[in-house]
Design a protein around this ligand. Sequence first.
Ligand SMILES: [Zn+2]
Length: 382
Amino acid sequence: MNRFINEKRLLDTFLQLVRIDSESYHEGALYRWLCPELKKRGCSVVTDKAGKKIGSDAPGNIIATLKGTAGEKPFLLSAHMDTVCPGRNVKPSIQNGRVVTDGTTVLGGDDKSGIAVILEILSVLKEQKIKHRPLQVIFTLNEENGMGGAKNLDYSKIKGREGLILDNESVCELLVQGPAVCDFIVQIQGVASHAGVAPEKGISALEVAAQALARMQLGRVDEETVCNFGVVQGGEVTNVVMPQLYLKGEVRSLNVKKLQKQIKHMKDCFAQAAKGFVRKANGKTLRPKITIETPLRYGALNVPKKAPLVQYVLKAAQKHGVAMKALASGGGCDANVTCQHGLLMPNIGLGVQNCHTVEEYLDLKEFYKAADIVLDVVLNYK
Ligand SMILES: [Zn+2]
């Protein structure tokens, strides 16, 4: 098998990339480094206006197009430019086939491993003069804080319909499914009263919440749905019946219908609980007031396992000695967002482990394999 990936060059590019600070909202330096690198490799480069909307010091997401065989739709390759904190002044070194940090920062392999592989593929296409379909490269801002870059991407500039997101951990895992997530924000307005003198005149927002939660299915609701309350705020002193309570939770499900069903169930629990707290005081009827908001944080990633692209990626992996599986994730990534725009983009792993910690490292064997597989897909998937 012909091997076009230049491992040394790929590693050098990666080491260069991780030394450019790009914590979320501060992708400007990396943005300025990437644009000329893409042009050097033959791409035309445009930037959308996402930067301002998100509050980044970079002007926007990068969309680069490489011409290819006429008449074919471009294949999409995407990675995100930002890293989590602490991501400044990264000092990478190589130990036992891994790129590691000095223990004070993340590596930023999430997601500079993806950027490096994409740049390497562009270099290969240029130097080998291989016939290939057109490519569109998307480098997004601010994935780590709720995918602000992908959410504000100018989709009118995206001409391809399918491709790969390069932003997963193990090269053995291709993410094809991920949950939709809704926040579940509850404000309970009870009635304050002196807890020592007239507790019966008050309505405890805390008791209302307790009754609602006692009725509710939480945790792992079914094999596709989970639910959790993680924030509770209320009360100041012990001698007042608690007048207000704020609760914040979330529901995740791979299945949008189940997500909606769980949200309805939770709303019903609060409504039912409230019925038990109607009070008569001074000739007036008092009842708790409950307001609930359930904004969608992001939609589900759902690429059919039977899709020809997924099947081809698995086959290419096998060809390169990697036992890859198409799996569901519990979290979200840019692929969840692009999926809402009708783009078929599973998320491939690059050999990064312990993401979002100072123990993050890049396994070079997996990294090089991932590059081989992505190049294979770019060259041979039709
Ligand atoms: Zn990432």
